[in-house]
Design a protein around this ligand. Structure first.
Ligand SMILES: *Cc1c(COP(=O)(O)O)cnc(C)c1O
Length: 371
């Protein structure tokens, strides 16, 4: 069967709708090229790169509204590495993990596998619904994802009521940070990688630590950890605007450009409004089609940045995604392990609502053409 050619006037200005790596704005790439002979290819221990790290730390603290006393720490390896960093450096003995998808379950698996920790409590919820942390005595760290990228479920960043006084809240903000409003006073560690809502490239992790989290780092600094996973070492390097080992400098440049752009546009409030507008376009469109349904049934739990739309069994979502891809509209395939007849759409702040509108017109066209 031939692939339907989508008329040009229906196509979005930019066809990238992935959930990470996500769309990078051309202005970011221009900024990278402009530093091609002065910052790229120079020492990360010298002022040009350290200045970049300082701008990233300060910009993120401002963008995310870090309360007084919170510190931005960074290191190499992305959010997956941070799960191991947290397992060694933040969980004292017993954690509770709220799991409603792949990413939440990976952190739970990392903690469960640590021989020096007690068996974690796991609060499980079916894909497409929320899992909320529940206060329990003896739990010293609660973990959950602000936005579960595999299913498109948003869970509030709120401390469980009645938790032990020194329990930490470790929130995976990987696909939310920069695109969803957050009150960091409700979290002790808000961690993320820059290739999702922040529209940079991968390879780094960032974490905003509360004073309580900083004391926990100090308390656990004596516990053996591989040097590359030591949060105490990452904190010491970050305070000098450095990383323990060589960072991805290009990723830092793209990130700083995006954070400062977001601040210029109006900060997190602007970004949250924009992703809310984009996602309303998508969810309203799906609700108006007899053959499309938002996967997340509770409207409140629907993510403003990762939209998951189930298609009727009579329509092959994989064929729709493939036809879109052939027309330059890419990465709307569902999360591979979820295994649903679904489209998943990244709607991070770099994507204007008009492009989401255009995407829906493209899906209409392709479904009609394939039918
Ligand atoms: C993508 C993602 C991760 C993994 O990030 P990496 O940088 O690839 O390790 C973790 N958590 C969430 C919620 C994600 O969306």
């Amino acid at each position: 069967m031939s692939v339907p050619a989508i008329p040009r006037d229906l196509l979005p200005a930019d066809g990238r709708f992935g959930c990470g790596p996500s769309r990078i704005r051309p202005a970011q790439v221009d900024a990278l090229a402009a530093l091609g002979t002065t910052v790229l290819g120079t020492s990360h221990r010298q002022p040009p790169v350290r200045h970049l790290v300082a701008r990233a730390r300060a910009g993120l603290a401002t963008l995310l509204g870090a309360p007084e006393g919170y510190e931005v720490v960074l290191g190499n390896g992305g959010s997956t590495t941070f799960w191991d960093v947290a397992t060694f450096g933040l969980v004292r003995e017993r954690a509770q993990l709220a799991v409603c998808g792949e990413f939440g379950s990976k952190f739970a698996a990392a903690v469960a596998a640590a021989p020096f920790l007690a068996e974690p409590q796991v609060v499980d919820a079916a894909p497409g619904t929320r899992a909320l942390p529940v206060a329990a005595p003896g739990v010293d760290a609660y973990g959950w994802a602000h936005n579960e990228t595999s299913t498109g479920v948003l869970t509030p960043v709120r401390r469980p009521e009645g938790a032990d006084a020194d329990a930490l809240c470790l929130v995976d903000g990987t696909s939310a940070a920069g695109g969803v409003a957050v009150d960091l006073a409700e979290s002790d560690v808000y961690y993320f990688a820059p290739q999702k809502a922040l529209g940079s490239d991968g390879g780094l992790w960032f974490a905003v630590l509360s004073p309580a989290a900083l004391s926990r780092v100090e308390e656990l600094a004596g516990r053996w950890a591989p040097a590359s996973l030591s949060l105490a070492a990452a904190l010491a390097s970050s305070r000098k605007d450095e990383t323990v080992n060589t960072p991805a400098i290009a990723t830092l440049v793209l990130l700083v450009e995006q954070v400062e752009w977001l601040l210029d546009q109006g900060g997190l409030a602007w970004a949250a409004e924009r992703t809310a507008a984009s996602s309303s376009v998508l969810y309203d469109w799906a609700e108006q089609r007899s053959w499309a349904t938002p996967f997340v049934t509770e409207a409140d739990a629907r993510s403003p940045v990762v939209g998951t739309i189930d298609l009727d069994d009579a329509i092959d979502a994989a064929a729709v995604a493939a036809a879109l891809r052939a027309n330059g509209v890419v990465d709307v395939e569902p999360y591979r392990k979820l295994g649903r007849n679904q489209l998943r759409v990244g709607m991070f702040p770099s994507t204007p609502p008009e492009d989401v509108e255009a995407l829906t017109a493209c899906v209409d066209f392709v479904v009609d053409a394939l039918g």
